[in-house]
Design a binder for this molecule. Structure first.
Ligand code: MN
Length: 502
């Protein structure tokens, strides 16, 4: 079973008729065998469909137009089996609007030194054919991923798999509706941005939804529905004694369940893939929907607190990319610093809204405590600590003339217990270390909210930024402040000129 059952990636082989019909037949049979081998490897999350060889401008253009119009096709892999004169690719590439991957491989693995003749050569020409194709995609400034490696090697297949997951998430984002229950938190700059540009550039649509719509649905939720969900909670979580039947906090958990049911219904009715809340705008909702946000995130709904629609969308995208992967992802906020010489770290948490997919515990704790902000009743929440290990924290900010994605590699470490801070949390050290990691992030204008994943690597987000055509800044073990500053300055010029030239 593939992680993305309804999607396909198309495989198009470049060739030409110079070497005669027999060569084209051989090219076709090699391509078939390669695609079969890739599909049967068990390493690819999306099925590849071989779409034949293209031998002329007309065929290339036809193939890309079909790919554009096919709802299942999330992207195209091209491979130049023979030398495929690249002018014939121009019109097709001009038409093509989906993610593109250029695979530089060869059907035959090793040179058969003893027997190689000109006929063999004519059928193993990727070495120069792929360079010709590379030139035209470079000349046209076509966003793409180039994967180099022998097609049946796991290394190569893993690279293809990364791009496939990214292409799937890109497709998912193209009709992503994000509903905002309330606006941004007043006066906050970094979580705001240009929603029109976001729809043009990143595909997603951001709509306002009055909290009153949630209230109407909430009032129609039945006691039976609440009981069913309470049973589910009790199976999944470790209930604090006061939250159990007859306990003093039981009623607040039931109210949280009612809000969760209503919110899920609202999201389904709207066809939304992500949502934001605002603690300041909760008219007639008993408590901040913290528990609901935690659990909806685990189901794949994007979430951003305080109206943060960009992080909500990015979370959905990162959840989608990592479907079926083991360690999980979450919305997080830089909460509090822990200075410790040479080993300083940042506590990651939020008022309540941390996704239980990243929990170290099998059974997070369910409890209810007051929340000093928002002026509502005591909210229920899941309490846990995160797994340890490496991950990536990412954000997208609006720089006025472009979107900038910032990605920081971080290492989650084991925190001390927090008996007086009953929220879910993680504790991490940014790479290359706290001082440079946090310093570079701040210089780049990164948010205090992030979308975090254990399963994804920088490569996924790099592929995503390439497809979207947005700026990418990576902070990792190789980052130095002086180089990072230079990169930002060069990017400033690049994006200014880019608008003027293209
Ligand atoms: Mn926040």
């Amino acid at each position: 079973m593939k992680a993305f059952e309804n999607f396909e990636v198309w495989f198009i082989t470049g060739a030409q008729l110079l070497y005669g019909g027999d060569a084209v037949i051989a090219v076709d049979s090699h391509s078939n065998e390669m695609v079969k081998g890739l599909n049967e490897s068990g390493n690819l999350p999306v099925k590849i469909v071989y779409k034949g060889t293209v031998n002329s401008s007309k065929e290339v253009t036809e193939a890309f137009k079909n790919a554009n119009n096919d709802g299942k096709c999330i992207g195209v892999i091209t491979w130049m089996h023979t030398f495929s004169p690249a002018k014939m690719w121009i019109h097709g590439l001009q038409e093509f609007r989906k993610p593109l991957m250029h695979l530089h491989t060869q059907f035959n693995k090793e040179i058969p030194w003893e027997t190689m003749d000109m006929d063999f050569m004519n059928l193993n020409q990727s070495a120069h054919g792929d360079r010709e194709f590379g030139h035209i995609t470079a000349r046209m400034r076509k966003p793409r991923k180039v994967v180099v490696g022998y097609w049946s090697d796991k290394y190569t297949q893993d690279k293809i798999a990364v791009w496939m997951r990214v292409a799937a998430a890109w497709t998912d984002a193209q009709d992503m509706l994000i509903i905002r229950l309330g606006d941004q938190m007043n006066n906050v700059a970094v979580t705001d941005g240009d929603k029109v540009e976001a729809e043009m550039r990143l595909g997603y649509h951001v709509d306002y939804c009055p909290i009153a719509e949630l209230v109407v649905i909430q009032e129609k939720v039945t006691a039976d529905e609440v009981n069913v969900l309470m049973n589910e909670y009790e199976n999944l979580y470790e209930f604090a004694p006061e939250c159990k039947t007859g306990g003093s906090k039981r009623g607040q958990v039931e109210k949280a369940a009612r809000i969760e049911i209503a919110l899920r219904k609202l999201l389904k009715a709207k066809g939304a893939k992500a949502f934001t809340t605002n603690f300041d705008d909760l008219e007639n909702v008993d408590q901040i929907p913290g528990l609901a946000s935690q659990r909806l995130m685990a189901e794949g709904y994007g979430f951003g607190a305080e109206g943060d629609w960009k992080t909500a969308a990015l979370y959905r995208t990162m959840w989608f990319m990592s479907k079926g992967m083991p360690k999980g992802c979450s919305f997080l906020e830089d909460y509090t610093l822990n200075f410790a010489e040479g080993n300083s770290s940042i506590l990651q948490a939020h008022m309540l809204e941390v996704c239980p997919l990243i929990a170290a515990e099998d059974k997070p704790k369910m409890d209810v405590f007051p929340l000093g902000i928002g002026g509502k009743n005591d909210p229920a929440r899941l309490i846990f600590t995160s797994k340890t290990g490496p991950g990536v924290a990412a954000t997208i900010v609006d720089m006025g003339n472009r979107f900038r994605m910032i990605v920081n590699k971080v290492d989650c470490i084991k925190p001390q217990p927090l008996p007086k801070l009953p929220v879910a949390s993680a504790l991490w050290i940014p790479r290359p270390n706290f001082e440079i990691g946090a310093g570079a992030w701040i210089l780049a204008g990164g948010t205090h909210h992030t979308s975090f994943s254990y399963d994804l690597t920088v490569e996924y987000l790099e592929d995503y930024a390439e497809i979207a055509g947005i700026e990418l800044l990576v902070i990792d073990e190789n980052t130095t402040m002086s180089e990072f500053k230079k990169e930002m300055k060069m990017n400033e010029v690049y994006y200014m000129l880019n608008k003027a030239l293209l």
